[in-house]
Design a protein around this ligand. Structure first.
Ligand code: NAD
Length: 275
């Protein structure tokens, strides 16, 4: 399939579909998953310093001889690496482990109050030095984004946060749209909790698709980027086969009504308050 891309406010583009590698730490499992994903058409690979698998991912790219220019690689600054100097030092290590000389996208993994502007200033410098093409944030709410805008020179072009039919976060999506920020959904399948929903099963039967494909298609039609994860080759391929059908408006609305504010991960407000 032709990989659809979304336009970023800084002039770069981002593949709408990506592959998340959270919890993939064993080399053979990682290499097999990456080979399958690349074959299925994924070009964006999403890791983080805290996943402790940048080295494993870098080795998989090398082993498979995947051309760097075809890849879109994202990593995230861990909470423990925030602050100006720590961020710069940690990104240097990320690049070394991934065996690459630039990142397509660098995100701040979570908002941390005490290091808020210093970490962002380091990202701005890395972008100016062309070590990173695009800079963004993860798990930022409206208040964090508004606060960042008071002192940032560069605005974030991506906000990656938890999003699935049980946590659709429409107000935050609207904020991102208004501020030309691309929303990238993490746990787009709700880590599996949404997959057994009876409403989704009915819609899946109607389109003769799996519930996972229906959910991912719903994200795409809302203009989001997605990074589903699986280590099962059949599911990796299935999750990429979402570009040859379209959900009708009624089904889009029906899925949106499943929202019940159910998180599978931490609430950024609480994490931010603790700091
Ligand atoms: P996900 O919603 O992608 O769900 C993954 C789980 O769903 C898998 O473990 C598998 O059990 C199941 N699954 C996947 N495809 C399936 C299919 N076709 N049929 C049936 N079951 C299927 O959740 P995730 O792994 O938490 O999130 C995806 C990625 O998002 C991560 O790998 C990571 O890169 C990123 N992420 C980012 C943050 C952040 O704070 N920025 C937090 C969590 C995850």
């Amino acid at each position: 399939f032709i990989q659809p891309k979304l336009q970023l406010a800084d002039g770069w583009t981002i593949p709408q579909l990506g592959f998340g590698v959270y919890k993939l730490t064993e080399q053979q499992t990682m290499s097999t998953a990456i080979a399958t994903a690349y074959q299925a058409g994924y070009r964006l690979f999403d890791t983080a310093q805290s996943y402790q698998n940048e080295l494993t991912l870098g080795r998989a790219f090398k082993q498979l001889e995947l051309p760097r220019k075809k890849l879109f690689i994202t990593t995230k600054v861990a909470e423990t690496n925030q602050g100006y100097t720590n961020t710069l030092r940690s990104v240097e290590l990320s690049l070394k482990q991934l065996q690459i000389d630039y990142l397509d996208l660098l995100l701040i993994h979570w908002p941390i109050h005490s290091q808020f502007f210093e970490t962002w200033r380091a990202l701005e410098r890395l972008k100016a030095e062309k070590i990173v093409r695009s800079i963004g944030v993860s798990n930022y709410h409206q208040t964090h984004l508004d606060y960042l805008a008071t002192r940032a020179n560069e605005q974030p072009v991506v906000n990656q946060f938890e999003n699935h039919p049980y946590l659709s976060q429409e107000p935050l999506l609207a904020y991102d749209r208004e501020h030309h920020i691309i929303t990238q959904a993490w746990s787009p399948l709700g880590r599996g909790i949404v997959l057994h929903d009876s409403t989704l099963a009915k819609i899946a039967a109607k389109y003769q698709r799996s519930p996972a494909q229906i959910i991912l298609r719903w994200h795409l039609q809302r203009g989001l980027a997605v990074i589903p994860k699986s280590q099962n080759p059949q599911r990796i391929t299935e999750n990429a086969a979402i570009f040859d059908f379209k959900l009708d408006a009624d089904d889009m609305t029906t899925i949106a009504r499943l929202n019940r504010q159910q998180r599978t991960g931490d609430d950024p407000e609480i994490v931010y308050e603790i700091e």
